[in-house]
Design a protein around this ligand. Structure first.
Ligand code: AP5
Ligand code: MG
Ligand code: ZN
Length: 217
């Protein structure tokens, strides 16, 4: 049986951090729409340059291009056993498109854990986040610092601060989350797959809870 998990939560909730750990333990690919866009941008593709405009402002990249990009990834053989989705879907229309694609292959979204974090915590987390330029590993200057300043523990690559982690864009991302993405909470609740997880605890404690909800399936 395949396992498709959709991680929900505001910007900075820890979706990426938790998704990477889950992907390792369950041996599933981590599919992050934000990482896919940043990869396009690094390669300077047309899609990457288009996405940058929206990302820098804290808005959403249009549904049609986002859906095509993610569904294309999910249809690759690596995702046959499932995936840990992070940052997608982010609108009701994306959620419907995902359900349709899943249905076509006889699958469904099995679980949608919601990592809950207050707005104040979001700001604290995002303004001191650092990410690895080479492998995408995520750090926090206070809460989860790298062993050597500016250097990735995993691959030795250089750490950088994301362009959209400035206070103004973070405020816009939160606004976009409440307006466009929070309706998905009701959507997945109605489907019986929503699980609420308290995100204001240690990374390890949250991971333990996520394992528990997956194993309870
Ligand atoms: P995306 O990259 O998905 O950004 P996001 O949703 O804003 O979420 P983040 O990646 O900022 O946070 P996270 O929840 O992954 O937290 P993390 O683990 O890094 O999207 C970026 C942009 O791309 C969007 O704004 C949009 O423009 C576009 N986009 C992407 N997907 C799209 C879609 N589907 N449709 C349309 N547009 C789309 O953790 C954050 C920090 O906190 C880190 O420093 C970490 O070390 C720290 N931390 C993590 N857990 C803890 C903890 N338990 N305690 C203390 N610190 C912690
Ligand atoms: Mg992320
Ligand atoms: Zn790295």
């Amino acid at each position: 049986m395949a396992l498709f998990v959709v991680l929900l939560g505001p910007p900075g909730a820890g979706k990426g951090t938790q998704a990477k750990l889950l992907a390792q333990s369950f041996d599933l690919p981590h599919v992050s729409s934000g990482d896919l866009f940043r990869d396009h941008l690094k390669r300077e593709t047309r899609l990457g340059l288009l996405a940058k405009d929206y990302m820098d402002r804290g808005g959403l990249v249009p549904d049609n291009v986002t859906v095509d990009m993610v569904i294309d990834r999910l249809s690759q053989p690596v995702c046959q056993k499932g995936a840990i989705l992070d940052g997608f879907p982010r609108t009701l229309s994306q959620a419907l498109a995902l359900d349709e694609a899943m249905e076509e292959r006889g699958e469904q979204v099995d679980l949608a854990p919601l990592i809950q974090v207050s707005d104040d915590e979001v700001v604290k987390r995002l303004t001191a986040r650092r990410s690895c330029r080479s492998c995408g590993a995520v750090y926090h200057l206070l809460f989860n610092p790298p062993r050597v300043e500016g250097v990735c523990d995993v691959c030795g690559g250089p750490l950088y601060q994301r362009d959209d982690d400035n206070p103004e864009t973070v405020r816009n991302r939160l606004y976009t989350y409440y307006k466009e993405t929070s309706p998905l909470i009701g959507y997945y609740c109605a489907k019986g797959v929503l699980r609420e997880v308290d995100g204001e605890r240690s990374i390890d404690d949250i991971q333990v809870d996520l394992h528990a909800v997956i194993e309870a399936l």
